[in-house]
Design a protein around this ligand. Structure first.
Ligand code: SF4
Length: 238
């Protein structure tokens, strides 16, 4: 029973959509046919675009180190992060739904909620190719005023969102963590602080920290100090 309830809960949105289609077919069949036709068009478009987006996102995930994302788009990136987020969203191509897997990857690697909102919003409403079209149809003055006001609105909304939505509110990866003391090598930036603070336990190899083989009793306070002082929180003790 619990299994059925969980399945229902996990697919609630899908079920609501299906019920919506059924209701349309019953109330106004033509509307139902149009809805299915339009949905088919978008699903076909998604099948063409999404594989490319997933490949590009996976490549960026592999090539761009976590510490780079933290530095340029993380919580401490300040004005630099804000400008970069506007640029990333503004020069992007493709529909807005293509931005979601890209933003999930950025968030997973340390981008802040505020910068994610800026990227998504500028991707949706101030993309460079769209601005050129806007000038063509509505004139420079219209585009410039709308652009400035939109940027201000994005700044305000991204700040508000970051106050309401916390990192842990976003879906988290459920990677199985290794037991014992371990170093997340995606996050480790090779500062060697852990080695300086606890040389008996940590060592550097290829600019990454590793836990040495040990057969002595771990000094809990010393290890806690090392864990707390790691600038990217790459060390865990489970
Ligand atoms: S303190 Fe953290 S970031 Fe620095 S080397 Fe050790 S694990 Fe890596």
């Amino acid at each position: 029973m619990t299994k059925i309830f969980n399945k229902f809960k996990n697919n609630l949105f899908f079920i609501i959509v299906i019920l919506g289609y059924i209701a349309m077919f019953i109330i106004k069949p033509q509307m139902g046919f149009d809805a299915v036709k339009n949905s088919g068009y978008y699903i076909k478009e998604m099948f063409l675009i999404m594989p490319v987006i997933f490949v590009l996102t996976a490549l960026l995930d592999t090539w761009v180190p976590k510490q780079t994302i933290i530095k340029y788009l993380g919580r401490e990136s300040k004005v630099k992060g804000t400008i970069l987020s506007f640029v990333l969203g503004g020069i992007s191509a493709g529909p807005i739904y293509a931005a979601f897997p890209f933003c999930v990857m950025l968030h997973k690697k340390g981008a802040s909620i505020k910068n994610i909102v800026i990227i998504l919003s500028s991707w949706a409403v101030i993309k460079a190719p769209m601005l050129l079209n806007e000038v063509k149809f509505l004139g420079v003055k219209f585009m410039a005023v709308r652009w400035v006001l939109t940027v201000i609105a994005i700044l305000v909304f991204s700040w508000i969102t970051s106050k309401i939505v916390k990192d842990e509110d976003l879906p988290q990866e459920t990677e199985e963590q290794p037991k014992g003391i371990s170093v997340n090598h995606d996050a480790c930036m090779g500062c060697s602080l852990c080695v300086k603070n606890y040389p008996e336990l940590f060592e550097m190899k290829n600019k990454k920290a590793f836990v040495k083989e040990y057969d002595f009793e771990i000094d809990g306070d010393k290890l806690k100090k090392v864990i707390d002082s790691c600038p990217v929180k790459a060390i865990t003790d489970l």
